[in-house]
Design a protein around this ligand. Structure first.
Ligand SMILES: [Zn+2]
Length: 221
């Protein structure tokens, strides 16, 4: 686990799994309450770090297996409410660990200690893909948004059809690029970026005529 943000009110730690998935642990400093974001395979390190805290919620960005392979072991360890987008919930609906579902529909706020996470519905990569926004914890400090496989440095997440691609290129400008420019984008794989950098990249893409039927692995430029 690496500390990626050390604020006044909370810390954000990241764990990178063997399959290069990012999972996150957000911990409220005053209450020691925490939130886990995504549950990749063999999450021993994540569980060890989260075990030092009082896990109040497990949030899933979307229903792809690589973000869920550690779901059973994490939810066995921590009997916490679980949130996943309604349109992705089938993947975990039958699991014992899917308990006390958290409503993660658009603009819902999840309060855990001082942490107030806003849910943002961003369909496209999957129908129920959901991003989770942490505001800055002091005036002037950067917000953080956990984007799963919806937004990466350089492009959107992979889409499975032209319709899904149209959805993701609605979700990203309307729901993510409208966030403060200094917002740190923390995706489900790889490196971080910012909303400012993503907006600049997207502007290049939006300025060019779009190939009909585009989908799959698309980059902004
Ligand atoms: Zn995915």
């Amino acid at each position: 686990m690496a500390i990626e943000y050390q604020g006044e009110l909370w810390t954000i730690q990241r764990w990178v799994s063997g399959f290069y998935n990012n999972a996150y642990l957000i911990t409220c400093k005053s209450s020691n309450k925490s939130v886990i974001i995504d549950t990749p395979d063999q999450p021993d390190e994540l569980i060890a770090a989260a075990g030092e805290t009082d896990v109040n919620a497990i949030l899933i960005t979307h229903n792809h297996w690589d973000h869920l392979e550690g779901f059973d072991v994490v939810t066995d360890q921590f009997q916490s409410p679980v949130g996943i987008g309604a349109n992705d919930a089938d993947a975990v609906a039958d699991k014992d660990g899917y308990r006390d579902p958290i409503d993660v529909s658009q603009d819902n706020i999840l309060q855990v200690g001082e942490i107030a996470i806003r849910c943002i519905e961003t369909p496209g990569h999957t129908p129920g893909s959901t991003c989770y926004l942490l505001p800055g914890d002091t005036p002037g400090s950067a917000p953080h948004v956990f984007t799963g496989d919806t937004l990466f440095p350089g492009g959107p997440g992979k889409t499975g059809s032209p319709e899904a691609f149209n959805q993701i290129v609605e979700s990203i400008p309307n729901r993510l690029l409208t966030l403060p420019a200094n917002t740190v984008v923390m995706p489900g794989h790889g490196d971080f970026t910012t909303i400012e950098a993503s907006a600049a990249e997207y502007a290049v893409f939006a300025s060019k005529p779009r190939e009909a039927g585009l989908f799959g692995d698309v980059t902004w430029q």
